[in-house]
Design a protein around this ligand. Structure first.
Ligand code: P6P
Length: 333
């Protein structure tokens, strides 16, 4: 691609599409539609600080309109961006118990999109960065419309994955299996511009671990020994925001080890496999990092239910491998 200062996400997507001679453009359109939804969600998230003026969720705003909770709003925006395109066979959202069918009045397509529309939304009131996470699969069943089976595929089957970070700037980071690329929203022109082509997790990695240590007493002995080692002899620093997309984005840019372990209260931890852990794992692997569930490669885990949780260890490969070694000791006991 010729060196130009302004590469929009649409231009980048078209360039990627041209590298796949049999591409139909459907895939490009889905990613473009997600980017449009992200712009709309970004606008509302960035107004959230004016919530007292615009009206708190559940109330009416100055225009007499019902103010939606932002995660409900984000969920609606993503649904409306994708339901009518004819490219989607079925959707699944963190906000919906069951897979979301494409309305009968719209044609069904060959792709499946799973998403967490606004992860970490509890952080909005304290102005902490939050995010949208998405995963794209190919439909695998023979019926005209998609089903739950089409959603329950291991992360290795993802065609694309990514996230949108609504922070000091709004960034969209995604991969289609050909590297991980970052785009920053220029609100003055309403375009996502290529700002981080071919993102690679730093090597040598930064020695930072990221975990909520309030749960230390609930962890397995291996997990406790791991964190004690990191903060002790290994000389790691610690950063934890408590917003998945923000913690993962920092880990991608700086290196380190993000963890959300299972514990005695929640054996599988808190994070969801299909629309949180698996997309983040693909993004990190494509950037030269790694992701594990503490026992093995996270992307190879076969899902059994739509909202199942999974322990997550992701970041710099040597640190993820170290975590696996410490946790393997649990398996021996
Ligand atoms: P804890 C936010 O509520 C979230 O779902 C993720 O964004 C974040 O990584 C995690 O929960 C934080 O959970 O238990 O540390 O507060």
């Amino acid at each position: 691609m010729p060196e130009t200062s302004v590469v929009t996400i649409s231009r980048f997507l078209l360039g990627e599409e041209r590298r796949h001679p049999h591409a139909t453009g459907a895939f490009t359109n889905i990613l473009h539609d997600i980017a449009v939804a992200a712009k709309i969600i970004s606008r509302e998230v960035n107004h959230a600080g004016l919530v007292d003026i615009l009206g708190r969720a559940g109330s009416e705003n100055v225009h007499g309109e019902d103010v939606q909770k932002l995660d409900v709003f984000a969920n609606d925006v993503l649904y409306r961006a994708l339901d009518h395109t004819g490219h989607i066979a079925v959707l699944a959202s963190e906000e919906s118990e069951d897979p979301i069918p494409i309305p009968e009045e719209f044609p069904s397509g060959e792709y499946v999109v799973l998403y967490d529309p606004l992860d970490g939304s509890s952080n909005i009131d304290v102005n902490v960065s939050i995010g949208t996470i998405f995963s794209i699969l190919r439909k695998v069943t023979d019926g005209e419309r998609g089903t739950l089976e089409d959603c329950l595929q291991p992360g290795t089957e993802q065609l694309a994955a990514g996230y949108v970070l609504y922070g000091s700037s709004t960034m969209l980071v995604y991969t289609t299996g050909a590297g991980t690329h970052g785009f920053t929203l220029d609100p003055s022109i309403g375009e996502f511009l290529l700002s981080h082509p071919n993102m690679l997790i730093p090597d040598p990695p930064t020695k930072v671990y990221s975990v909520n240590e309030a749960y230390f007493d609930r962890w397995s002995p291996g997990q406790q020994r791991l964190v004690s080692h990191l903060k002790g002899r290994a000389g790691f620093g610690s950063r934890y925001i408590g917003s998945l997309v923000a913690d993962v984005h920092r880990t991608l840019l700086r290196g380190g080890l993000f963890m959300y372990p299972g514990d005695s209260k929640n054996a599988q931890g808190k994070l969801r496999l299909l629309y949180e852990a698996a997309p983040m794992a693909m993004v990190l692997e494509q950037a030269g990092g790694a992701a594990s569930d503490g026992r093995g490669r996270l992307l190879e885990v076969q899902p059994t239910s739509l909202h199942q949780r999974i322990p997550v260890y992701l970041g710099s490969t040597p640190f993820v491998e170290m975590a696996d070694r410490f946790l393997a000791e649990d398996a021996k006991n």
